[in-house]
Design a protein around this ligand. Structure first.
Ligand SMILES: NC(=O)c1ccc[n+]([C@@H]2O[C@H](COP(=O)([O-])OP(=O)(O)OC[C@H]3O[C@@H](n4cnc5c(N)ncnc54)[C@H](OP(=O)(O)O)[C@@H]3O)[C@@H](O)[C@H]2O)c1
Length: 187
């Protein structure tokens, strides 16, 4: 049940996966071959248009030079810590994602969720998505790779997982010769 301030909140997930539903290879690295130029451009544009970006601590360290308002889950601190008004770390074991977002003033209108795996799951389990852009690199397979969501290894598994969480495909479009993007929305 969404609270009053959440009624108009847009929360958009972004992921690009291999045909066998992985976001990274068996070493936890996202190979260049998983990137689609078009997907990357759309992803970056959407992050630029968001009031807040939620991303894992590793991804933050990799892309920390970006000047966006960021919220980073980590187990390395207690509660939460605003390094400055644009950068906050929080421990989901100590403070819920709903409570940490409530600390923002003004309350965000649009939040982007950039992963990785545990971050996607945290938002599925403890908050909500209004939309999810899932791009699939049709020619890419990553044996023993890191799944988008643990236990989901087929596109059909993901469809079912999304449906169980009230989301279905609204649009499917080809981004380039190898990449299809499924746009899931709440129904
Ligand atoms: N294909 C895609 O769309 C996509 C998207 C995102 C990432 N990736 C790739 O996936 C690979 C693996 O990513 P990753 O998992 O290493 O990076 P990540 O998700 O950016 O960071 C993981 C870290 O974030 C913190 N964290 C995440 N969820 C948490 C939770 N619920 N509670 C507490 N802490 C939490 C933990 O930090 P602490 O260790 O500080 O506790 C955890 O070690 C990378 O190569 C990345 O580039 C791909």
């Amino acid at each position: 049940m969404k609270k009053n301030n959440q009624q108009n909140l847009v929360v958009i997930g972004h992921a690009i996966i291999s045909c066998d539903c992985c976001i990274a290879d068996s070493n936890g690295i996202m190979p260049e071959s998983l990137i689609s130029k078009k997907d990357w451009e759309l992803f970056q544009k959407d992050l630029d248009e968001s009031d807040l970006v939620i991303l894992g601590r590793n991804s933050y360290e990799y892309f920390h030079q970006k000047k966006r308002k960021r919220l980073i889950p980590t187990s390395k601190i207690r509660d939460y810590y605003f390094e400055n008004s644009d950068l906050c770390f929080f421990n989901p074991m100590d403070i819920s994602i709903e409570k940490i977002i409530n600390l923002y003033s003004p309350y965000p209108k649009k939040i982007a969720v950039a992963g990785g795996q545990r971050v996607y799951k945290l938002v599925f389990d403890e908050f909500f998505y209004t939309q999810f852009y899932l791009s699939i690199k049709m020619n890419q397979f990553m044996k023993n790779g890191q799944p988008f969501i643990d236990g989901l290894s087929t596109i059909q598994n993901i469809k079912q997982y999304m449906e169980e969480r009230g989301m279905k495909i609204q649009e499917e479009r080809k981004l380039d010769s190898e990449t299809i993007q499924c746009s899931y929305t709440q129904f």
